[in-house]
Design a protein around this ligand. Structure first.
Ligand code: GLU
Length: 329
């Protein structure tokens, strides 16, 4: 009666050095996966124009330096474009896609209109009903269209929570850490105007193709989850389980950033800390006891209890380095 082991993944974007918040999420993804003998895959989300090649290797190095490991070779989304194109083609063949010519500014203006029909931040459906002639006109104006998914009530099965308007639905997902979360699924972008598959499309396709059963990631992505679950169901994919974990914030409550001092592994080492000190700092931030060496991490994973994790962000204030005098692994 053995169930398939959990398959988790860690999916950073190689756009910069990983900071303590990213490293903490990597540690948690590792703990969740290893706690029940599961696998952890590494996927680079590198469809973004902000990718800088030196960070593929430096991110792998930093995570490995902490004593965390992963299974198989890391994959890159930029090598998997065919998969995304196939999914987009399927949705197009099913009549579920339309071209959108709106600029960010036009969307912001349309959604700022008082008493508009769409909830805040949701695409107001401007291009949904364009005629063929109107689309041709816009194309000849030189506007490259993005592709949006046409959301329909019941489109993802009976669970999509009843239509509240014609251009969006509300869907409740259950997060392992945070419980039920009800969010809007609007006509979201699945391919950007420059032809790049959008994050929400790529992530759903990849998690399915890689056999991912458990997603552990920062809770800033919780609002995107109903969209991803909707799309997964539309594509006949059983959604994985989700565990959204709190972010690390800077002293003023903003997302951790370079200006918050020694926030990357390289910065911490320059202060005289060891990778073990950094691991222990991260373990402490999630309420776990320090380890004497990275070789003890598998034992920490065995005892790991997700229910005991904090649900509030960890505020990282610049401070003196924490050196434990432990061994460097
Ligand atoms: N690439 C995203 C990040 O670096 C993670 C996306 C995901 O885990 O779904 O924050």
């Amino acid at each position: 009666m053995s169930e398939d082991p959990t398959t988790g993944r860690w999916a950073p974007s190689p756009t910069g050095d990983l900071h303590l918040g990213n490293l903490r999420t990597a540690l948690l993804a590792w703990l969740f996966a290893r706690s029940d003998g599961g696998r952890l895959l590494w996927r680079f989300e590198d469809l973004d124009g902000a990718v800088r090649p030196q960070f593929y290797d430096s991110q792998l190095r930093d995570v490995a330096a902490l004593g965390l490991d992963w299974d198989g070779e890391p994959v890159r989304q930029s090598d998997r474009l065919e998969l995304y194109r196939d999914a987009i083609a399927e949705l197009r063949d099913r009549g579920l896609i339309y071209e959108c010519f709106c600029t960010r500014r036009e969307i912001a203006e349309a959604t700022a209109a008082p008493h508009g029909p769409s909830p805040e931040g949701a695409y107001p459906g401007t291009c949904r009903q364009l005629t063929r002639g109107e689309r041709e006109q816009r194309r000849s104006d030189g506007r490259p269209p993005a592709l949006r998914l046409r959301i329909v009530a019941g489109g993802a099965g009976p669970h999509d929570g009843g239509a509240s308007d014609r251009d969006h639905v509300e869907l409740t997902v259950t997060d392992r850490q945070l419980g039920p979360y009800c969010g809007v699924v609007d006509d979201f972008v699945i391919q950007r105007g420059d032809g790049t598959p959008a994050y929400n499309l790529a992530v759903v396709v990849d998690d399915d193709a890689q056999g991912v059963t458990e997603i552990v990631r920062g809770d800033d992505l919780l609002p995107s989850t109903p969209r991803q679950v909707y799309l997964a169901r539309l594509l006949g994919i059983a959604p994985p389980s989700y565990a959204h974990v709190p972010l690390v914030l800077g002293p003023q409550g903003h997302r951790l950033a370079k200006r918050d001092g020694a926030v990357t592994l390289t910065d911490r080492l320059a202060l005289g800390e060891t990778p073990l000190d950094v691991v222990n700092l991260l373990l402490h931030s999630v309420g776990l006891e320090p380890v004497g060496s990275a070789a003890d991490l598998p034992a920490v994973a065995k005892r790991f209890d997700p229910a005991a994790l904090p649900t509030e962000p960890w505020i990282h204030a610049p401070q003196a380095p924490v050196t434990s005098g432990g061994t460097t692994d």
